[in-house]
Write a protein that binds this ligand. Structure first.
Ligand code: ZN
Length: 260
């Protein structure tokens, strides 16, 4: 994490999202120092663990740590269906209640919760929230303190994308924008994301939707990719920045993810 922070600072990237497990590898004090030393602020904090029995205590720890890092929002992933469970409707009703409990912890800490809808193929094991519409419905029910992060990888296929991004923007709940690309063929659902421009997503069009909906935050590069993980981090950042420049017009809007 400290290397990536330095590499980002050298390229004038001033916003990152952080992962708890990356912080653990260097220790909290060193991670905080590296960020401060390079004048880098934290946008998203990853993450609140899936909603399994007893998870609230761990969630409280993550939220408190996110606050110490000055994060803007904390990602929550609900988890998929419990083992042996086939009642998706019930699972979805349950996450609404759990998010309510999380909000009670997050609000006094001044932390916002971020729902990131994931691709429907991850509904079974990662999260039962698989569309921006569902995320919007949840936010509407739960009220202030919870918003949505749009990751192109998970939502590019959705025919309601334009109206749902607009809906989220009108309610002031767009918290973040993750970019990467969908490769053809995709060899692995979690670890074969493409570099922006190498796949089939109309990134400029989704960026336009975000801006029209009032989102003014950074474009966050998030590349879960065995291929890119194997390369020199400096090279990955340079390619990512140059693609951002081509597609989104300007590096000043770029941010990155410490696990990318
Ligand atoms: Zn993402």
């Amino acid at each position: 994490m400290t290397t990536l922070v330095r590499l980002c600072a050298e390229r004038d990237i001033r916003v990152v999202s952080v992962w708890g497990n990356e912080i653990d590898r260097v220790g909290e004090a060193e991670a905080l120092n590296a960020l401060r030393e390079h004048g880098i602020t934290v946008s998203g904090y990853n993450r609140i663990v899936p909603f399994t029995p007893g998870y609230l205590e761990q969630a409280r720890f993550e939220l408190e740590r996110a606050a110490r890092f000055g994060a803007d929002h904390v990602f929550l992933f609900t988890g998929g269906l419990a083992q042996g469970d086939r009642d998706l409707g019930m699972a979805r009703r349950r996450v609404e209640d759990e998010m309510g409990h999380l909000l009670e912890i997050a609000k006094p800490l001044g932390m916002k919760l971020a729902i990131e809808p994931l691709h429907p193929m991850l509904t079974g094991d990662r999260t039962v929230v698989a569309s921006v519409s569902h995320a919007n419905d949840l936010c509407e029910t739960l009220g202030p303190g919870i918003g949505i992060v749009i990751d192109v990888y998970h939502v590019w296929w959705d025919e309601r994308l334009e109206s749902e991004i607009h809906r989220a923007g009108s309610a002031g709940r767009l918290l973040g924008f993750h970019v990467n690309d969908w490769l053809l063929p995709t060899k692995h659902l979690l670890t074969d994301r493409g570099m922006m421009g190498d796949g089939i997503i109309d990134l400029a069009a989704i960026d336009r939707l975000m801006r029209e909906a009032g989102f003014e935050g950074p474009v966050k590069v998030e590349l879960f990719s065995r291929d890119w993980w194997e390369r020199d981090p400096a090279e990955v950042l340079d390619v990512a920045l140059s693609r951002c420049e081509q597609i989104f017009g300007g590096t000043q809007r770029a941010g990155t993810d410490t696990q990318s």
